[in-house]
Write a protein that binds this ligand. Structure first.
Ligand SMILES: NC(=O)c1ccc[n+]([C@@H]2O[C@H](COP(=O)([O-])OP(=O)(O)OC[C@H]3O[C@@H](n4cnc5c(N)ncnc54)[C@H](O)[C@@H]3O)[C@@H](O)[C@H]2O)c1
Length: 145
């Protein structure tokens, strides 16, 4: 059975997906927050995505990575920079370094183009760090794929 790492598993999508994947693969759960209610087939490794050393450890020996870890909404620049820009880059570097063949990420429609709605939001200087972080992440992914 293959092993899948899921980052950000303590969050909304990870919590929802865990039972869906039960029995289909070995699940290595990871988050900066602890997860204690482990089910059969699940293990937990704490990792901070803003630390490359953590990401190299947690991605070792897995077949696939499903990446949900990071800042899921607007926040200050320090948060976005460490989690969605440096953190995302670290996830890609770790996957490459450990020869993981599959990497799946839940990002945002904002990376595919800017709708009128999103443009107003993107142009708002007080509420654009997250959108910029997402677009930088997508660019990194294209460069490394
Ligand atoms: N929920 C949605 O509707 C939706 C839609 C599209 C895309 N997404 C994207 O999917 C991803 C997951 O969404 P979600 O709703 O589950 O988000 P969430 O905020 O509920 O979960 C994110 C998880 O990342 C973890 N995390 C934060 N900083 C970390 C760090 N430094 N190291 C390790 N883990 C860290 C948090 O502890 C949290 O458990 C996000 O990137 C989000 O932008 C979500």
């Amino acid at each position: 059975m293959k092993t899948t790492l899921m980052t950000g598993t303590a969050g909304r999508i990870g919590t929802f997906l865990r039972p869906e994947l039960a029995g289909k693969c070995r699940l290595r759960l990871s988050d900066i927050k602890p997860i204690r209610d482990l089910r059969p087939g699940e293990t937990f490794m704490r990792a901070d995505i803003s630390r490359l050393s953590d990401m190299l450890k947690v991605t070792k020996g897995v077949d696939a990575v499903v990446h949900f870890g990071g800042q899921s909404g607007e926040h200050d620049w320090e948060h976005i920079l460490s989690r969605n820009i440096v953190g995302f880059y670290n996830a890609l570097e770790a996957v490459r370094g450990n020869g993981v063949r599959r990497f799946l990420v839940a990002t945002s429609k904002i990376v595919y183009g800017i709708s009128d709605n999103a443009r107003a939001w993107f142009d708002d200087a007080n509420a654009n760090a997250w959108a910029i972080g997402r677009r930088i992440g997508a660019k990194c992914m294209r460069r490394k794929s």
